[in-house]
Design a protein around this ligand. Structure first.
Ligand code: SF4
Length: 439
């Protein structure tokens, strides 16, 4: 078994939101030795994969059986007054779905890593709506592609080659030659040389530039004096507007350079409104460049079941959406949460000090494929198998298209879904017992 050689075709890389599903893996025993078609990030994801080490479950640092750990985890959640659940962007939709059910049973706040990346985009979608298309449509139709506050050459290396700028498509038969590529950013990134037009705007001026583009699209008059130190000239903006109105199919991909700079959700609302306005003249879309492999799945699954994508509180028996009130960094920093469950994320490694200090002071459960500062501090920690490499299931590409996973080999550890299903069962059991005791 150890040295068995096999090839897995059309495997799916879950390292970034492109979720490339054309990877050919060569697997020797429990090692992936080749990952054909993967980019440098995808190769590192597959070839450096190592199954977690140590026990499958620990309670306060001591090795435990899965049953004991599930029992303790369920007790922590059921006994809490304000439990919170966080993470979810690096696991399957099947596991996410069970997690929402657990959140519902215990009346938790459920939040995903969206709240610290494209959370403002999620708020803007609720306000303006999403003018969206699939990456397949972009590949076959787009003749104007704009990247705003995003550096795909380094963050999503195959986005250009597979979907957005290089491939030959049905209505763009000459591929790159049939497309105009525009990059808007505050600095000249590695993506800039590959663009036809690079607009370097001043930091924190995204909203102003987008609003002026909207005005020009609507035919309003703008003077150079109105540009208020945005770093671009009126001629550059008018040129871009002319191209946007004249294209047959335009798309604006925006990254965290737009959603996490000054203006946040207002910036994204401006980008979405610009795409909406342009549909009076042509077909135009605006899509976020999502980072984690299944962060889009997390948004979708939480939205299916609660109506909102992240920062949702189920404590009153119905969903309430309020980023800032129910998002995890905030409930922790304000010391409101009294128990937590963290799935496939490492908040102890990247949250604010106030949030980390409070998390460390309350009982919490952690599920991860490897040991992290979060699993080390957890009251109950589970080591789980890696989605996509060991675990089958479904993930969502950044354009909301669901993609199946084709795992390479089995892990000695259980999947997140398996642990969460056992946990849901135990939570229900304890809740029923509690109910009976109170009657
Ligand atoms: S672009 Fe992203 S999903 Fe595709 S192979 Fe590279 S890291 Fe993996």
């Amino acid at each position: 078994m150890q040295n068995e050689l096999k090839v897995v075709s059309n495997a799916t890389c879950t390292f970034c939101g492109c979720v490339c599903d054309d990877i050919e893996l060569t697997v020797e025993g429990n090692h992936i030795t080749k990952a054909k078609n993967a980019c440098v990030l995808g190769k590192a994801w597959f070839l450096n994969h190592q199954a977690g080490e140590g026990p499958v479950a620990r309670i306060r640092g001591k090795e435990a059986t899965v049953e004991e750990a599930v029992e303790e985890a369920a007790r922590i959640l059921v006994d809490a007054k304000f439990p919170i659940i966080y993470g979810l962007s690096d696991t399957t939709c099947e596991a996410q779905r069970v997690t929402v059910a657990i959140a519902d049973w215990v009346g938790a706040s459920i939040d995903t890593t969206t709240s610290v990346c494209h959370g403002p985009s999620g708020m803007a979608f609720q306000g303006v709506g999403e003018i969206t298309c699939s990456l397949g449509e972009v590949r076959n139709r787009a003749d104007l592609v704009i990247f705003w506050g995003s550096n795909p050459a380094e963050s999503h290396p195959r986005h250009w080659g597979r979907y957005s700028t290089m491939p030959k498509g049905l209505f763009v038969p000459n591929g790159r030659k049939d497309r105009t590529v525009v990059l808007v950013d505050v600095r000249r990134t590695k993506s800039a040389p590959a663009a036809d037009i690079f607009l370097q705007i001043k930091p924190r001026k995204d909203f102003e530039v987008l609003w002026m583009l909207r005005a020009l699209v609507k035919g309003l008059t703008i003077n150079e004096a109105d540009l208020i130190d945005t770093g671009v000239t009126l001629e550059q903006l008018q040129n871009l507007v002319d191209r946007m109105k004249a294209c047959k199919f335009g798309v604006l991909f925006f990254g965290m350079g737009l959603s996490m700079t000054r203006g946040k959700h207002l910036n994204v609302e401006a980008a979405l409104a610009l795409a909406r306005d342009l549909n009076a003249f042509t077909r135009f879309y605006a899509n976020p460049m999502r980072g984690h492999g299944n962060v889009t799945g997390a948004d979708n699954v939480v939205s299916w079941q609660t109506g909102y994508p992240f920062g949702v509180n189920l404590g009153r028996g119905y969903p309430r959406f309020n980023p800032g009130e129910f998002t995890t960094t905030d409930t922790l920093a304000r010391k409101e949460a009294d128990a937590a469950m963290i799935i496939a994320s490492d908040p102890m490694g990247n949250f604010s000090q106030a949030a980390r200090e409070h998390l460390a002071s309350i009982p919490f459960i952690a599920l991860d494929t490897k040991e992290t500062s979060t699993t080390r501090a957890a009251a109950v920690a589970f080591t789980t198998a890696t989605y996509g490499i060991n675990v089958p299931g479904t993930v969502y590409r950044m354009d909301d298209v669901p993609i199946p996973l084709r795992p390479a080999f089995e892990s000695p550890y259980p999947s997140d879904e398996k642990i969460l299903r056992a946990l849901e069962k135990k939570v229900l059991h304890l809740l029923q017992a509690k109910l009976q005791a109170s009657n």
